[in-house]
Design a protein around this ligand. Structure first.
Ligand code: ATP
Ligand code: MG
Ligand code: FE
Length: 357
């Protein structure tokens, strides 16, 4: 089954074709992302109306380009998957409208995908590990993106239980805001991470918020304030900026790692098979986070899985893949253009999985 995936929940237009006849990374026949970063840069954040209009401009050409790269005609598509939420309502409607119209014209099923389920399942689209195979539920997922920081218990595909989440800023948001207050251009998260590579570990030490009490929730907004004060009272040199970036990154990475270990221990006490951590979302591209979680997994005899960095941030591939799993299980939505800007993942229906994907 060849599924066209369309992502337009925020400021990236993503399109992909996933073919379930080919397993793992080979199933991804083509994917393309157009980022609106330059469009929003002068405003220092995403302007919803501009985002919707740009999706209108870019989506159809990107669909054509992606199909051409996959060597497919539009009639070769067996189903269409699109992000139905959560996200910006106008931006979501552009993708949903296009996906629905296409499916209707082709007389093929279409399905609205939960953006965070897309992120969560992205690591399962990668090639199976030669020793451990592909991650199978039960596992714990750490979703770390621009709008979310969540620990989720995954008992089956489509069956998600929230274990903990951020009480204020998401991890990616904290990276972006911290970068901004030290004068880095929007969106600063990846640049802050790059700068941290050159910083001296330990030159600045910030707290590991909420790790001194039980529970799996996070709070990152206080960390941003600590950076603000440190930066304000410093010489504001390039060297200092890098040192503070390193101190901030280490604090976020340690905090995430501590809570992941805690979540895995909790789940493993209930089901000893649950020793796998799946990480997804934009901050999952962070090198230090990847290294730290791999180190922890090795120490605890567990396993950690990530998508390749390009599939951590928003993309159409994860939507095509998540949609393909559901379409293959016979699920689809009514021919109605409907989006859900706020959508709780726990309300999703479980997916009866076919083998081989
Ligand atoms: P959500 O998925 O919650 O709706 P989003 O789609 O905006 O939010 P993503 O595209 O998954 O978020 O990720 C973007 C976020 O990831 C940004 O906040 C960005 O700063 C952050 N990010 C990307 N690369 C890195 C990196 N290497 N280190 C730290 N943060 C990063
Ligand atoms: Mg984005
Ligand atoms: Fe996202």
């Amino acid at each position: 089954m060849k599924v066209l995936g369309i992502e337009t929940s925020c400021d990236e237009t993503g399109v992909a074709v996933y073919d379930t006849a080919l397993s793992g990374a080979a199933g991804l026949r083509a994917h393309a992302v157009y980022s609106q970063i330059a469009l929003h840069a002068e405003y220092g954040g995403v302007v919803p109306e501009l985002a919707s209009r740009d999706h209108v401009r870019k989506l159809l050409p990107l669909v054509r380009q992606t199909l051409a790269e996959a060597g497919l005609g539009v009639r070769d598509i067996d189903g269409v998957a699109y992000t139905a939420g959560p996200g910006l309502v106008g931006a979501l409607l552009v993708g949903a409208g296009m996906a629905r119209s296409l499916a209707w014209a082709l007389d093929k099923p279409a399905i609205g995908v939960h953006h965070m389920e897309g992120h969560l399942l992205a690591p399962l689209m990668e090639d199976a590990d030669p020793i451990h195979g592909r991650p199978e539920p039960p596992f714990v997922a750490l979703l770390v993106s621009g709008g979310h920081t969540q620990l989720v218990a995954v008992d089956a595909i489509g069956q998600y239980q929230l274990l903990g989440e951020t009480l204020d800023d998401a991890a990616g948001e904290a990276f972006d805001k911290t970068a901004k207050l030290m004068g880095l251009p929007y969106p600063g998260g990846p640049q802050l991470a790059a700068l941290a590579e050159t910083g001296t570990p330990g030159a600045y030490r910030f707290s590991r918020p909420m790790t001194d009490r039980p529970g799996l929730d996070f709070s990152f907004s206080g960390l941003k304030t600590q950076v603000l004060l440190a930066w304000r009272d410093s010489d504001q040199s390039e060297r200092t900026r890098a040192d503070i970036a390193r101190g901030f990154e280490d604090a976020v990475v340690d905090t995430l790692a501590i809570k992941c270990t805690r979540a895995l221990a909790l789940r493993q006490a209930q089901d000893e098979r649950c020793n796998t951590l799946v990480v997804a979302g934009g901050v999952g591209a962070n090198k230090r986070l990847r290294a730290k979680l791999a180190e922890n997994a090795a120490q605890h005899g567990g396993r950690v899985c990530f998508p390749r960095p390009a599939l951590c941030t928003d993309n159409g591939a994860m939507i095509a893949f998540a949609g393909a799993l559901r379409l293959q299980a016979g699920q689809h939505d009514d021919a109605q253009v409907q989006v859900t800007p706020r959508w709780d993942m726990a309300t999703l229906a479980p997916v009866a999985r076919e083998s081989g994907m």
